[in-house]
Design a protein around this ligand. Structure first.
Ligand code: SAH
Ligand code: SF4
Length: 364
């Protein structure tokens, strides 16, 4: 007998109901989905993993997202900002180790000094590496001018998660003020695209109040927005956040993890040539979480290059892994894990989203 998943996989485009069905598969049907995603990954982007060295530049944030550990209202952490020389050291580590790419991430700040500091760091990194080290930014919502200045200073990719594609759910997860508007988030994604960035977005999976239909809609959102890159991971509660009070509504961690794998697999099947990250949040739940994500369609990993002294203060969620490990230790263990998962590492390659190249028809 042909399973329902089999019939769905034959279609050239999935409907919302197809996605809802697939997100609830278990056993053989779920495995079939995973196998298909693996096949598509091999065929369209190859079994290659690209490294993006992650630099958690600062935990200073002006926002108060209800789910996030470094929200402005949480007084538990010592607020820090990496010095220019620390950023240059981490970039240099990435460059010398052939990562070819870094991600600079931080809490959201829009003040002039911050914008200028990032701009000059970008120029410095560009100069020091002869433009060979690609830079992705993940610095939240900014003005059109700021996005443009950073682009012109050398950043070419930007990660800004929509977090949830449902405006109603967005409102339940953020304060209802003008700093946290769904429409602004969406607008920012559009501006990033118009500025010329490769645009990455994503969602958290297994949030309180979130339904399977919401997740299906998230996948449709990615397809309609025609994204270049995705970073999705399980929501992990943090006790110093307002959302923690709804802990009782959460799926067990293992189920959130499985749901995340299904989201990765489905997105790979739907959007064959985009870049998909195997996120740290997946490793938080399962020590082999990132490798498992690589086996169902992900093709990007972000080894942490943040100086160890800052890591315990950049806890977006609890139990974040590797907070005591230096970059080199992380690197050795990662390399082995990737080979075990059956992939090879694209050392020295930018690993730009093939989808982006096709979309813009330019050779980078
Ligand atoms: N301030 C920037 C970048 C840092 S936050 C921004 O918000 O875009 C990066 C991501 O961490 C967020 O997009 C969110 O999806 C994720 N995150 C925050 N809190 C989390 C939690 N409790 N569990 C899982 N992911 C979380
Ligand atoms: Fe700040 Fe980003 Fe956390 Fe929101 S998710 S509180 S913007 S760091």
């Amino acid at each position: 007998m042909v399973s329902n998943v089999e019939k769905i996989l034959e279609k050239s485009s999935f409907s919302r109901d197809d996605l809802i069905y697939c997100l609830q598969t278990e056993g053989n049907e779920k495995q079939r989905l995973f196998d298909q995603a693996q096949k598509i990954k091999a065929r369209f982007v190859g079994r290659k993993v690209y490294f993006r060295g992650l630099i958690e530049y600062s935990n200073i944030c002006s926002k108060n997202c209800y789910y996030c550990g470094i929200r402005a209202g949480n007084k538990r952490y010592i607020r820090y900002r990496m010095t220019n020389s620390e950023v240059m050291e981490a970039s240099n580590y990435a460059f010398m180790n052939n990562y070819a790419s870094i991600v600079i991430q931080a809490g959201e700040q829009t003040n002039k000094a911050h914008v200028t500091r990032i701009e000059s760091l970008l120029k410095k990194i560009h100069r020091k590496t002869n433009g060979k080290l690609h830079v992705t930014l993940s610095l939240g919502e900014q003005s059109e001018e700021t996005y443009r200045r950073w682009y012109e200073a050398g950043a070419h990719r930007y990660l800004l998660r929509i977090e949830v594609s449902s405006p109603e759910l967005y409102l339940r997860l953020h304060p209802g003020d003008h700093h946290h508007e769904y429409t602004k988030r969406l607008e920012s994604l559009k501006i990033l695209r118009e500025t010329g960035y490769q645009v990455g977005t994503g969602v958290m999976i297994g949030l309180p109040f979130q339904t399977i239909a919401n997740l299906a809609d998230d996948l449709i959102f990615f397809r309609e927005f025609d994204i270049d890159m995705a970073g999705m991971g399980p929501y992990i509660e943090h006790q110093d956040t307002p959302l923690y009070q709804h802990k009782g509504l959460l799926l067990p961690l293992k189920e959130r993890f499985q749901l995340s794998l299904k989201m990765v697999a489905l997105l790979r099947i739907m959007m064959k040539d985009i870049n998909i990250a195997a996120t740290t949040a997946m490793q938080t739940i399962d020590p082999q979480g990132r490798e498992k994500a690589l086996m169902v369609g992900a093709n990007v990993i972000m080894p942490n290059l943040t100086p160890v002294k800052y890591r315990q203060d950049y806890l977006l969620y609890e139990n974040k892994p590797c907070i005591g490990e230096e970059a080199a230790t992380c690197m050795n263990c990662l390399e082995a894990r990737i080979y075990i998962a059956g992939d090879v590492i694209g050392y020295g390659e930018w690993g730009d989203s093939r989808h982006f190249k096709k979309r813009t028809k330019v050779t980078l």
